[in-house]
Design a protein around this ligand. Structure first.
Ligand code: FMN
Length: 270
C-alpha cells in the first residue's frame, strides 16, 4: 500500500481475533520502532509487552495478547515527538496487516507503567494493542466509534487556511498540497477532536493547535500528541509526492484566536 492508501485504510482496531502476534511481525515492528527518529531529537524506548505476563488490559480492547508501549524523558515537545513517531509505527503496522489503537486513557496504566519500568522523570504517553482484526467489531467498539464520530472528520476549509485564519483554504487553492493536507485531515486524534489547523503561506505550512478544554493537565497536553500525528502525516504525504520538506519552529506571528497556539512549520523546498 502507498502512504495515502495506508492513511485512508487505517482505523482504530479494538476487536482482535485472539491470534498471537506472529514472531516476524513482532520483530519487524520493534526493529522499525527502534530506528525511528523525530524532529525534536528526543529518544524514546520501546517494548513489546505480553498482556498476560504483566496483567495488562484495556476495557475497550478485546482479543489482543500483545501491546507496544514507548517511554521517554519529560521534556519540551515530548508530546509532539511521541505523536510523530508512534503514528509512523501505527502506519507501519497497518501495512503488515496488524491492527492498532492509540490508547492514552482506557488502560490499567499502573500495570503498563510497571511493565515499562517507568522512572520518576519519564512518561509513557500511549500504548497500542497489536494483533489481527476480528471479522466483526464488538458491540462496545461500534458504540464507541459512534460516540466519538470516529468515521468523520472536519471539512477541509475548517482546518486549513489561506495566508491567515480569516480565509479558509480550498482544495484548488492548496494546489500541490491538497493531497498532503487531505492526509493530515484524516489523521487520528484523542477523542477525535482534530486540533490541527494549518495556515498555508506560499511554500510554508504553519501548524497550530486549537486546544479543547480539559486536555492540557499538569503540564502535559495530549492534544500536542495529535499535533505530532498531523506533522507525521504531512511529512510522509509530501515525501510520497516527491516534495522535499524541512521542518522548523519559528513563529510567523500570524494572528490566531484564543486557545490556538503555534507548533511548527514545514517548508517545501524547490
Ligand atoms: C493521542 C490519542 C489518544 C487516544 N486514546 C484513546 C483511548 O484511551 N482509548 C480509545 O479507545 N481510543 C483512543 N484513541 C483513539 C481515538 O479515539 C481515534 O483515533 C479517533 O476516534 C478516530 O478514530 P479512528 O482512529 O478509527 O480513525 C486515541 C487517539 C489518539 C491519537
Amino acid at each position: 500500500m502507498n502512504v495515502f492508501e495506508t492513511i485512508r485504510h487505517r482505523r482504530s482496531v479494538r476487536t482482535f481475533d485472539e491470534t498471537a502476534l506472529r514472531p516476524e511481525d513482532a520483530h519487524n515492528i520493534l526493529e522499525f520502532a527502534e530506528k525511528l527518529e523525530n524532529p525534536f531529537d528526543l529518544p524514546i524506548t520501546w517494548k513489546l509487552l505480553d498482556a498476560k505476563k504483566y496483567g495488562l488490559s484495556s476495557p475497550v480492547i478485546v482479543g489482543a495478547n500483545t501491546y507496544i508501549a514507548g517511554k521517554m524523558r519529560r521534556a519540551p515537545h515530548a508530546e509532539e515527538a511521541f505523536g510523530y513517531v508512534f503514528e509512523k509505527l501505527v502506519l507501519f503496522a497497518e501495512n503488515l496487516g496488524v491492527g492498532t489503537t492509540w490508547i492514552a486513557g482506557t488502560m490499567n496504566r499502573e500495570a503498563f507503567e510497571k511493565a515499562m519500568e517507568l522512572a520518576e522523570d519519564e512518561v509513557m504517553p500511549c500504548v497500542s494493542p497489536l494483533g489481527y482484526p476480528a471479522k466483526k467489531m464488538s458491540l462496545r467498539e461500534s458504540v464507541m466509534r459512534k460516540g466519538v464520530k470516529a468515521d468523520s472528520r472536519f471539512d477541509f476549509g475548517e482546518l486549513f487556511f489561506d495566508g491567515s485564519f480569516e480565509k479558509p483554504l480550498t482544495r484548488e487553492g492548496a494546489g500541490k498540497l491538497a493531497e498532503v493536507l487531505e492526509a493530515v485531515r484524516l489523521a487520528p486524534s484523542a477523542v477525535n477532536k482534530q486540533p490541527w489547523r494549518v495556515v498555508l503561506c506560499g511554500e510554508k505550512s504553519h501548524f497550530y493547535e486549537k486546544q479543547s478544554r480539559g486536555y492540557n493537565t499538569e503540564g502535559w497536553d495530549i492534544q500536542k500528541i495529535d499535533m505530532g500525528i498531523a506533522l507525521c502525516h504531512f511529512e510522509l504525504a509530501a515525501q510520497a509526492l516527491g516534495l522535499r520538506v524541512s521542518f522548523e519552529t519559528a513563529d510567523p506571528k500570524i494572528s490566531a484566536g484564543d486557545g490556538t497556539s503555534y507548533i511548527g512549520s514545514f517548508e517545501i523546498k524547490q
